[in-house]
Ligand binder design. Structure first.
Ligand code: NAD
Length: 251
């Protein structure tokens, strides 16, 4: 039983933060989930805790062969993949002057090309049975931050790529949908990594809270609830859409 009972999902970045919350919610609602992450220790521990409903695959989203292997494994064990959540991501801090070309390319490789590869390799499976692709972008692709030039570029790319994929496969009538999710600042381990790179972490944290008219940061379980809706057939009419969940931050 559950809102996505019997569906099979792959969640990248599923070992931590938003991805972990999504994995837990999907399992609660009856899905089988493959947690795909570069962090093997955390991913395997979470899969172990969740028992038969979850499995772990070490996957670097930038490595095409990792994607081919993960989907081949799911296809053999389950014969269908109905849900892909592209949640793995990094956040490179810096203005256009600060960020090196190597760092810029790495950010685009993980946060944009990684999503491209996931979509590319899930399409042959979803063409058979339909499915829902959920790309975790950010409010950063709607409202730019002055200190996140590379991240802004990558996430804006994800948003428009999502629409292109949605349009192509809606036209073809495969029942495959693709939407983007735009969280405001959510309390997860990534925040600590961003704060650690800041000259004035306390001021940055206060700026984040102030930037959300609702008066607080978001919670990972709130993002997981939205992803559950998008993964389920309740959202069957939604494709190519930007789902903003940011406490009013982008207004
Ligand atoms: P997090 O650091 O807690 O989790 C990110 C996960 O991605 C980690 O488990 C990490 O091991 C994994 N990962 C990193 N690089 C990878 C790679 N190359 N291949 C596979 N896995 C990789 O961060 P989070 O806050 O949970 O962020 C998840 C997603 O949500 C990211 O795409 C992020 O940009 C987005 N997001 C986060 C916030 C926020 O405020 N936390 C806001 C908007 C968007």
């Amino acid at each position: 039983t559950g809102r996505i009972a019997g569906k099979v999902a792959l969640v990248t970045g599923g070992a931590s933060g938003l991805g972990e919350a999504i994995v837990r919610r999907f399992v609660e609602e009856g899905a089988k989930v493959l947690i795909a992450d570069i962090d093997a220790a955390a991913g395997a521990a979470l899969a172990g805790e969740l028992g038969d409903a979850a499995d772990f695959a070490k996957l670097d989203v930038t490595q095409e062969q990792n994607w081919i292997d993960a989907f081949a494994r799911l296809d053999v064990t389950h014969g269908q993949v109905g849900i892909l959540v592209n949640c793995a991501g990094i956040t490179t801090i810096g203005s256009v002057e600060d960020v090196t070309l190597d760092a810029f390319r790495h950010e685009l490789d993980v946060d944009l090309a990684g999503v491209f590869l996931g979509c590319k390799h899930v399409v042959p499976l979803m063409k058979r049975t339909g499915g829902s692709v959920i790309n975790i972008a950010s409010m950063a692709s709607i409202r730019a931050s002055d200190y996140l030039v590379a991240y802004n570029a990558a996430k804006a790319g994800v948003t428009h790529m999502t629409k292109s994929i949605a349009l192509h496969y809606a036209h073809k009538g495969y029942g495959m949908r693709c939407n983007s999710v735009h969280p405001g600042v959510i309390r997860t381990p990534i925040l600590d990594k961003v704060l650690a790179q800041s000259d004035d972490p306390d001021a940055l944290f206060a700026q984040w809270v102030k930037g959300h008219p609702i008066g607080r940061l978001g919670r990972a379980d709130e993002v997981a609830s939205l992803c559950l809706y998008l993964a389920s057939d309740e959202s069957a009419f939604a494709t190519g859409a930007e789902f903003v969940l940011d406490g009013g931050s982008s207004l």
